[in-house]
Ligand binder design. Structure first.
Ligand code: SF4
Ligand code: SF4
Length: 376
């Protein structure tokens, strides 16, 4: 994904994609979850990219319509799956958001989110460091640990569903010497990147890199954190020096070495988080790791893998356009329900929350099922 600069020239690296999209007969329109949720031509990838191109050319000022339209992207990358040119539409639209922010044209929801982030270090303005202290044994909060678990702010909003089972799973698998990140930067910085605040992102990234300096391994159970810490901050020139490792990669040797104590019953369907499957391309390895913990074969929805629809939780859309996020989640929940499953399992705390509020099926983090299977 290209790094954007916060000026109209920031759209420069995206010229090729912008031109392709502007002249495209909307070949990816059918898979764009915001266009489907809103049933509107003005939020198709084609239209959003056309407005970004007109902004780049100076034919439309970002204030007003364009700056608002740039928000209607979940960053899901589903359009790329069906794009012959492999266009990075969300990358261009994040650059367009940065242009709008620098021009003072960001929508009020964006500026409010940035104010909350500056105040508390996360997009909800909650005291998540306190939530972490309450959920994590003090002996694991070791600033100098060489292997560090970075829970991410989404998991810290519901630690009993994400962090507690993960710590139990690591203990059950005999994983030792992994501390939990104890710094005040509870969030990876994804909201700053997605809001177009590249200056804020770099400052946040530098603070994180300094705090994470002792860590040689940074374990990220949240795929968005893994992408931002491992790729976005590196492109922004402020990445931590340690190696960012996804949870499936970290767990693989431990899961191979042990049999689960039991297999979890029920028919479970897998929901692919966008950052896990389309950005990091780790959907299949996550499925394989999960399958061993289940009694029944893992089910797939009609739209899955690279073609899975977004849960509606990305791109800051739940903050800026909550109705659109809810409608996208409802569409995805209906697809998952149609698989005949009794429950949904996924691998991102944000997806768990978003889908859990959208449909009738129970939704679990995959670490909950693994923890149940491997508990002594
Ligand atoms: S991303 Fe590709 S398929 Fe979609 S509008 Fe642009 S050029 Fe067309
Ligand atoms: S990244 Fe997702 S939400 Fe954004 S334009 Fe592409 S398909 Fe639509």
């Amino acid at each position: 994904m290209s790094q954007a600069r916060s000026s109209p020239a920031g759209l420069g690296p995206h010229v090729r994609a912008l031109k392709h999209c502007t002249y495209c007969p909307k070949l990816c329109r059918f898979c764009c979850p915001t266009a489907e949720a809103e049933r509107s031509e003005t939020v198709t990838p084609w239209f959003k990219m056309t407005l970004a191109e007109l902004t780049r050319l100076g034919r439309r000022a970002p204030a007003g319509g364009p700056a608002e339209v740039f928000q209607h992207c979940l960053g899901c990358l589903h359009c790329r799956t069906h794009c012959r040119h492999q266009n990075d539409v969300p990358g261009a639209l994040l650059a367009a958001r940065a242009v709008a922010l620098e021009a003072g044209a960001a929508p009020p929801a964006t500026t409010a989110l940035l104010e909350r982030f500056r105040a508390r270090g996360n997009p909800w303005g909650e005291d998540l460091a306190a939530a972490r202290s309450a959920a994590v044994p003090a002996e694991l909060l070791v600033p100098e640990a060489q292997a560090v678990l970075f829970p991410g702010c989404q998991a810290l909003r519901a630690p009993a569903r994400h962090l507690t089972p993960l710590l139990g799973l690591l203990a059950a698998l005999g994983v030792e010497h992994v501390g939990v990140f104890s710094g005040p930067e509870v969030c990876c910085g994804a909201p700053l990147w997605q809001a177009g605040d590249l200056q804020g992102l770099r400052a946040h990234g530098r603070a994180l890199a300094q705090r994470l300096a002792p860590a040689r391994t940074i374990l990220c159970p949240c795929p968005t954190c893994a992408w931002v810490l491992g790729v976005v901050l590196r492109e922004a020139g402020c990445a931590p020096s340690g190696q960012v490792v996804t949870l499936d990669a970290f767990l693989a040797p431990f899961l191979r070495a042990r049999e689960p104590a039991r297999q979890v019953p029920g028919r479970w369907v897998f929901h692919d988080p966008c950052y896990l499957t389309r950005y990091l391309e780790r959907g299949e390895t996550t499925r394989q790791a999960l399958q061993g913990a289940l009694r029944e074969p893992l089910l797939e929805s009609a739209w899955s893998g690279q073609d899975a629809a977004c849960c509606g939780g990305g791109g800051l859309v739940p903050h800026s356009l909550p109705g659109v996020a809810r409608q996208a989640a409802a569409l995805r929940a209906a697809q998952l329900e149609a698989s005949g499953a009794e429950g949904v399992v996924t691998a991102c705390p944000g997806c768990v929350r978003q889908l859990g509020e959208a449909g009738p099926l129970p939704v679990k983090d995959w670490v909950e099922l693994l923890a149940e299977a491997y508990a002594p």
